[in-house]
Structures are given as C-alpha cells and as structure tokens.
Design a protein around this ligand. Sequence first.
Ligand SMILES: Nc1nc2c(c(=O)[nH]1)N[C@H]1C(S)=C(S)[C@@H](COP(=O)(O)OP(=O)(O)OC[C@H]3O[C@@H](n4cnc5c(=O)[nH]c(N)nc54)[C@H](O)[C@@H]3O)O[C@H]1N2
Ligand SMILES: Nc1nc2c(c(=O)[nH]1)N[C@H]1C(S)=C(S)[C@@H](COP(=O)(O)OP(=O)(O)OC[C@H]3O[C@@H](n4cnc5c(=O)[nH]c(N)nc54)[C@H](O)[C@@H]3O)O[C@H]1N2
Ligand code: SF4
Ligand SMILES: [Mo]
Length: 750
Amino acid sequence: MIFGRRGRKPIRIPVKAVEQWKYTTCNYCSTGCAIEIGLDAQGRIVTSRGHAGADVNRGKLCIKGLLEHELFDSPGRGKVPLMRNKAHETFAPASWDAALDRSAAEIKRIQAQYGRDAFAVVSTGQLLTEEFYTLGKLVRGQIGTNNYDGNTTLCMASAVSGYKRSFGSDGPPGCYEDFEHTHCLMAFGSNLPEQHPIIYWRLKEALEKRKFPVIVVDPRVTMLAQFADIHLPITPGTDVVLLNAMLHVIFKDGLEDRAYIEQHTQGIEALRALVMSSDYDPVHAQHVCGIDEDRIRQVARLYANAPAAMSIWTMGINQSTHGSDGVVGINNLNLVTGNIGKPGGTSLSITGQCNAMGTREWSSCSGLPGYRALEKEKDRKTVAEFWGVDESFFPKKRGMTQTDIFPAIEDGRIKGLWLVATNPMTSMPNQPRIRKAMEQLEFLVVQDVYEDVESNEYAHVYLPAAVWAEKEGCHTNTERRVNLTRNVLKPYADSKPDFWIFKEMAKRFEDRHKIHFADRPEGAFEEMKLLSVGAGRTLDISGMSYDRIEAARGIQWPYSAERAAADEARVGPAGALEMKQRQDFKGNPRLYTDGVFQTDTGRANLIALPFIDNNERPDAEYPFWLNSGRVVEHFHTRTRTGKIGNCNKFSPTPYMEMNPDAADELGVAHGAYVRVVSRRGDAVVMVQCTHRVPRDMLFIPFHFHDCVNRLTLGLLDPYSRQPAFKQNAARVEKIDQREAARLNLERRAF
Ligand SMILES: Nc1nc2c(c(=O)[nH]1)N[C@H]1C(S)=C(S)[C@@H](COP(=O)(O)OP(=O)(O)OC[C@H]3O[C@@H](n4cnc5c(=O)[nH]c(N)nc54)[C@H](O)[C@@H]3O)O[C@H]1N2
Ligand SMILES: Nc1nc2c(c(=O)[nH]1)N[C@H]1C(S)=C(S)[C@@H](COP(=O)(O)OP(=O)(O)OC[C@H]3O[C@@H](n4cnc5c(=O)[nH]c(N)nc54)[C@H](O)[C@@H]3O)O[C@H]1N2
Ligand code: SF4
Ligand SMILES: [Mo]
C-alpha cells in the first residue's frame, strides 16, 4: 500500500501476509468494538483491525484497541502458579494442583474457624460473561460466602442502584443509535473522546448529519466540553442540585410531559413539592452548584422543549456521595420530560469496563444470575433448583460490597480474600489504609494475567490467568449488546483461562455440593439462556447463539427464542447471510418502549432528592479540590497499557493538571515536580499547567501506582457504597527537583 503526494517520496507500509481473520470483541472499555485479529500461515498474530461490518465501530478502533494484540506476550505475564513459603518471604513456582489444593484448603480452614463469610471474593468487570456465571455458581453454590462483590462497586454501582430505584430494574434503556434521533444531548461527568473514543465518533457522525445542541456538565474543560455548545463547569458533587433546579424551571414553565407522567410514573407530588421549594429556585441553587441562574433556565428549557432529548453520564456522577441520587435525578428529568424508551430520548449510563454489564447480569455478585435477587424467595428457589443445591444454602440478602470488605478485613471479620482480575492496591481510595488491610489477611489468592500486579505483593498464592482471545466467550457493552470473542491463540506459558480455574476450584468443593459445570464456555452460555427466560424478564438472551452473535456482530438483549426464529424464517440462518441481512439479527435497541417498568405497579418511580452537602471540601489547609480520572492511552492500573510501547510512550509520567494562575501564586513552574498532600498521604507528580482545570482544582489520572489513591478519601454513597474518588481536598508543596526526578524514574521501571 502506498500513501503520499505525487512526486514526493511515498510512505510504504509493508503488506502483512494475513491468511485468516478471527472475530473478537475489545477487552478494554465498554464501547464494545468488534476487532478482527489477523493470523499468518503459521497461525501467528500479525495485525488486527476494526470490523467494518460491526454496528458499534464500523471499522474504527481507538489506540488501545489497535494495539491490543501486542499484549499477549507483554512483560510481567504470569507463567506458572506461585506459592509463598510459610514465612511469607519467597514466592516459588508450584503446580496447578498444589496451588489450587492449598487455596481450597485455606478457604475451608478459614470458613471452619471463623464462619463461612470470613472468606471474601472480589471479582471484576474484565472477565467473559460465561466466566462470571461460573464463578457465581462456585461462590454462591459451593463456597457459600456472602461477602462476594466486584470492582464494579468502584465503577457502576451507583448506576445500577439508580436504575433500580427509578425503573425497578438495572439495564441501560438506550443505545448509541439514539444519537441519530435526539434533538438535545446532555453529558454529565463523561469524557467520551478519551474514555469511549468510538462512542464519541458515533456522536460526531450523528452531529455531522444533523446538528443538535450538546451540553456538557463537568468541572473540567475536558475534550468533550471543548467541543460542546454549552459547558457547565459545575461545583464538584452538586449535580443533584442542578438537576433539581432544572426541574424547578420545567414545572414553573409548564414544560413537563403531563400525559407521560400520568400514565407511566408515580411519586410526582413529592418530587414537585421538593423541587419547587426555594432551595432549588435557580436564584438560590446557582450558589450551590456554581452555574448561574440564567444558564440553568436556558438549559432546562432547551432540554424540555426538544422533541427528544437524552442524557449520558459516567464517573462524574457515579463516583460521588450522591452517585445513586445523581442517577435518579437524571432519570427524574427524563421521566418528567417523557424521554424514556423513545428514539433519541433516554437515560443512558455509559458503562466502564468491557464487561461491567456482563458481571451485573450474570456474576451473582450482588444477587443471583439473570438480575435475580437474593432477597426474593422465588428467585432463590428458581436458581437453587436449576443448580441442584439446597435453597437454604443461599443467604436471604446480599453481603458486603468491596468497599465494606476492606474495613471488615481491618477489624478482623474477614480473614481471607480471593482477588479475581482486579488490583485494589492501586485502584481503591486511601491506599495507606488498603495496604494495612492487605497485610492483615491470613490468606490471599490473586488471580491475574500479570504476576507483577501490585496486589500480588501480599498474595500467598498467585494463579496466572489467560487473557482476552486466549479464551472464548461473550461481553455485554453499554447498549446491552452481547458480543463474542473467539479463541484465537493458546494461553501464554502455563496460564489458564479463568473458566478452567473456577471449574478446577469447584472440584475441590464437591464435598459441599456436587454441581454440574459445563465443559466449555458455550455450554455455560446455553445454561444462561435457560435462566434468562421467564414472565416479563427484560434480560432475555434465549434467542442468541455464538454463531448468531458473530453473524450479527453483536445482538442487543432482550432477544427471545421466538424473535430469533422469526428472524431466521424471514432472512435465513445466520451463517449464510449477506452483510445487509445480518443487521436483522440486531435484537432490541431500547427498553421500556411501552412505558411499562419493572416495579410492582409497572410505573416508574419519581423520587424527591434533597441535597445533603457531605463532601470533603477545600479549606484553608487543603485549598484545592482534588479530582481524578483517566487519559486515553492508559487503561486503569496500567497492568496492560503500561507494557504496550505506543500506549506508554504517549503518557509515561504521573502528572497533574493545575491552573496556571494557581501555579503562579505558589511559584510552581510548568513541568516542575510537586508534592501533593491530603489528610491521607502524599504523592509526587509533575505539574502540567493548563486551563482545563479551574483555579481551585487539581486533576490527576489514577493509572499510576503510589499516586492519586494515596490521597483520596473515598466517602461512600449510602445506596451504592461507591466511593467519591473525585471530590477530595489537597494542598500543593514545592520539593527538591532532583530528588523528585529520581523518585519518578524509579517508578517508571517498566
Ligand atoms: N482510556 C481509557 N478509557 C477508559 C478507561 C480507562 O482507564 N482508560 N476506563 C473505563 C472505565 S472502567 C470507566 S468507569 C470509564 C470512565 O469514563 P469517564 O467517567 O468519562 O472518565 P473519568 O476521567 O473517570 O471521569 C469523567 C469526568 O468526571 C468529571 N467529574 C469530576 N467530578 C464531577 C462532578 O462532581 N460532576 C460532574 N458532572 N463531573 C465530574 C471529571 O472532571 C472527569 O472529566 O472509562 C472507561 N474507558
Ligand atoms: N482515584 C481514582 N480511582 C479509581 C477510579 C477513578 O476514577 N479515580 N476509577 C475506578 C474505576 S471506575 C474502576 S473500574 C477501577 C478499576 O480498578 P481495577 O479493577 O483494580 O483496575 P484494573 O487495572 O483494570 O485491574 C484489572 C486486573 O485484571 C487483570 N486482568 C485483565 N484481564 C484479565 C482476565 O481475563 N483474567 C484475569 N484473571 N485477570 C485479568 C489485569 O491485569 C489487572 O491487573 O478503578 C477505580 N479507581
Ligand atoms: S473504544 Fe473502547 S472498545 Fe473500542 S477499541 Fe477503544 S478501548 Fe476498545
Ligand atoms: Mo470503571
């Protein structure tokens, strides 16, 4: 292939000899891009590309997806299981049998000595859905601890809880296609261009065809804010006040959708009474949320007058002491304006990890598989019968969340922990406290792709896991689209698929319950299909199969067996279809199109949300808001992207955004190292002077170890138990530059 202008020396890109393309889904963020991996004649990976026929990405990928195939043999991967000697001094290679035997024996010892719930399991949003289902079966059906949660408590818990409070069930009701229909889009605390680049591209495409206003609510001038029509630089943690004030204007001007409210909702009186109080009159609310009164009125009118309006949000809402209320507030706004379940009118939580949805649906972390609840007798019975276990083995309500498990380690209620695909040493708030908790564990198993992951420092047993296309199974993305990753290559060295590890562990618990586990992930998927049907269930995947999913490049649930049969009768079997016909297997783009919700009455709940100001706030001693988040090149704790040259090269240094005026005031130069101090600890970072943050705010990406989470407090949301990672107080101190440079070089060891 040759690019370049006539007469100039052309740029040559060597043609790679691809013999075969294999179908996968990206394993980083929740956008859910379809990736094809190219293999040469010897079966070696030579390249990858976005799938042109996939609805989600239509051939596009971001930097992480483009380079993802480089991670299979990246440095630091776990080759064999490791076990620590008794004195916790050395880590030595062990056989799989020895590592699993020891783990099972320690779990049993701890449970016998301290009670079943004294052993906790913390999982993730990174695994395949079939693996989540299998882990749930093992933990709920055999190990029998109720202290089982996922890192989704750091991420999506507020969205889940808000959806349940408003609609009676989890499940984002909209889809990316809504951009094509909407007349007004409001984005709360979501930076699509960096965190979901391909969703951003879908939004840009829609805007190029048809202009509509984009309003961004974020205290930072993010890339998305730069491109917005209106940017609302909100005071951190006060989105609920803005949302209540918008409703105040909507009711005052009579812009609400009365017919929709009357037919499909309940609770309007209490909501109206609260938002009409003087607290939420924009005249007063502006002093709390930092957005001036006229702007609030303008945005409220724009939103309510649009024929269809939609809201999206991510961590700026969820990671807050008002996370769940923020989600309910967004749902209130959309219900009051009749913007649920219609094209371009929706409350769409942009999910985080590639399979954060899969774990919500099938892992049994906070309940039982298929959005079933431990609290409901009928649900406990159905699952107990299906798995062949005694119903009384299930607890009657959910146990601790991840953010409650660590304090319980501190006070001795929990003695043992199994970490599956999560790295709390870097990702949990208040790292000094987490470190102390980890030191106290009698037994810790770490199951991760990388043996150099920080949490492994405290492990007694390390289980090396296979990654991404070394395995086979499904993910569910932000818009409820189930997509497939085919197995492309063998697991690295002696690492094993998580599916295999869970099943091997299950054999060691057969003395409690002998449960049937499917041989292959596809068998587990078939089992999940059976559990997904039932009267009125939204989460129906019974019409899906691996072949249908691959043919359609992903199918959105609900997708029933009847619907699949009708689709096949119309256009033929999945395998034999032309590209155009494949689109007929899409599934359902939207939920609640009939205005019937999953509550007892079928009506959605409108909920009054009084604002309580309970954040740690800047003061004389710690005068800055400390905000944290992400950059495009890195994913989370950098276990993967930190090892991939072209990701790490573009973003190698722990840095901090600081307003140039604030830097001037303190005499801090652009590019200088500083010490940032909070009530929890300190961290050394390089200053990047930028007007992206206001004068009283610092922003630090959380990807680097020993960095921002040494400083964060992480107060919890009362409903979701999700930490407020983004609202903390800190101060900045000057330090010796040579000493700091040395410290940072050491830290860049990879
Ligand atoms: N490149 C890359 N992409 C990713 C990830 C990654 O690590 N790297 N991780 C994935 C995951 S798991 C997730 S959860 C998503 C996260 O995706 P995003 O939530 O979009 O990313 P963040 O940078 O964490 O936070 C978004 C914004 O919230 C703003 N914010 C802070 N406080 C407030 C507030 O009080 N109100 C409002 N309205 N906004 C506020 C911050 O200023 C920040 O700009 O990204 C996913 N995609
Ligand atoms: N200050 C601050 N802190 C934050 C956030 C923030 O915005 N600010 N965001 C929070 C959010 S939204 C999230 S989602 C969390 C993320 O926090 P973590 O879950 O701790 O972060 P990851 O680095 O994704 O950890 C996943 C681990 O799983 C491993 N892994 C990947 N694939 C597999 C697999 O297939 N099998 C196995 N066994 N292991 C695998 C990776 O190597 C990695 O070590 O961080 C939270 N922490
Ligand atoms: S946008 Fe997300 S899913 Fe798509 S390639 Fe990038 S990281 Fe992967
Ligand atoms: Mo996340």
